[in-house]
Design a protein around this ligand. Structure first.
Ligand SMILES: NC(=O)c1ccc[n+]([C@@H]2O[C@H](COP(=O)([O-])OP(=O)(O)OC[C@H]3O[C@@H](n4cnc5c(N)ncnc54)[C@H](OP(=O)(O)O)[C@@H]3O)[C@@H](O)[C@H]2O)c1
Length: 301
């Protein structure tokens, strides 16, 4: 059986050299290459610890790349995908072709709209995804959170979604979200968290732990800016002590080592990058002392 390094090398080599869907279908990773899982506190359902953001490939309707990306996700035993709007059509089509709908866990974003338009959107999402109920409905960029949350709760009570959440990435939303988190009505929060955007660790993440709320983290690479910062810099040799082989994994392993985090999502339209990112969930994670050392590395850049 291949070891972790051999598996990762072979996965990235085939992705680089050959027709993606064919090669990725042929790859058979062993159980040691499956992502570990963490519990969703409100029900005990297990979620693999790395997932996908709303990839440009999904948004652009790129069926071939979406096939390749979902195959990589399946090979790692991954489940979570953040979606919404047009990208649901691409995912719906590929999930249907690959017969993997029930294996995936979709976080469906909904923007603030009036209740009637919201209901139509939820029903359309169910049809497009072929998921009734939806897995997780996430209110994005709330404008009148209490009012919008009342509608969200009605849809959950009507059995239209299994879980409810709020998905944000800006500090202006932290305070209203913190107030909502104290009401005991929210299953998931999705929030930005990384070495370069650590603010949610001050109050929001500890509160999620106290209240038993699952945490999805977004913007691990600040939409790519992180890579401009580390470009041309050598990965510290001691990163190998926690099985870290790339700068992408350096960010993701820092995030995953936070005890409140259920699943870290990354956006990519490149299956090679997807292998790199999902691999961050395998092997060891840094301890708190090492995390402080990692922060010092980032601060020195
Ligand atoms: N609800 C909200 O308010 C909100 C806000 C922001 C984000 N989000 C969610 O969070 C997801 C991720 O956040 P984000 O959009 O800020 O993206 P991100 O994951 O922080 O960064 C994506 C960028 O990094 C590049 N990249 C990814 N993996 C790489 C790797 N291994 N090596 C080199 N480059 C790599 C990607 O390019 P390639 O495509 O070339 O790999 C892309 O340019 C989004 O897709 C979305 O689902 C939600």
């Amino acid at each position: 059986m291949m070891n972790r390094r051999e598996f990762l090398c072979s996965a990235s080599m085939v992705v680089a050299g050959m027709s993606l869907p064919v090669v990725l279908r042929a790859k058979q990773p062993g159980p040691q290459h499956r992502l570990p899982t963490r519990r969703v506190p409100s029900t005990g359902e297990e979620l693999p610890i790395v997932g996908f953001g709303n990839s440009q490939a999904f948004r652009n309707g790129d069926i071939d790349v979406t096939h390749a990306l979902l195959q990589v996700l399946m090979d790692f035993g991954g489940r979570f995908i953040d979606t919404g709007g047009q990208s649901q059509f691409t995912l719906g089509e590929v999930m249907q072709e690959k017969q993997i709908r029930n294996q995936l866990f979709l976080g469906t974003n909904i923007d603030p709209v009036d209740e009637q338009a919201g209901l139509q959107y939820v029903e359309q999402s169910q049809d497009v995804q072929g998921k009734k109920p939806l897995d997780l409905l996430q209110l994005r960029r709330p404008s009148d959170l209490n009012k919008e949350w009342r509608a969200m709760r009605k849809w959950k009570e009507a059995g239209m979604t299994r879980f409810l959440g709020v998905a944000i990435s800006r500090k202006q939303y932290y305070e209203p979200l913190i107030a909502l988190m104290k009401t005991g009505t929210i299953d998931f929060v999705q929030v930005n968290y990384s070495m370069l955007e650590p603010e949610s660790a001050e109050r929001l993440l500890p509160l999620a732990q106290d209240q038993g709320i699952a945490v999805i983290t977004n913007r691990p690479f600040i939409n790519g800016q992180y890579f401009s910062l580390v470009k041309g810099k050598a990965l510290p040799a001691w990163a190998a002590d926690f099985d870290c082989e790339s700068w992408a994994q350096f960010s993701l392993k820092y995030i995953l080592a936070h005890p409140a985090v259920t699943c870290a999502i990354t956006e990519t339209a490149n299956p090679k990058h997807a292998v790199d990112n999902l691999s961050a969930g395998l092997g060891r994670l840094p301890d708190e002392r090492t995390r402080q050392r990692m922060l010092r590395v980032m601060q020195s850049m």
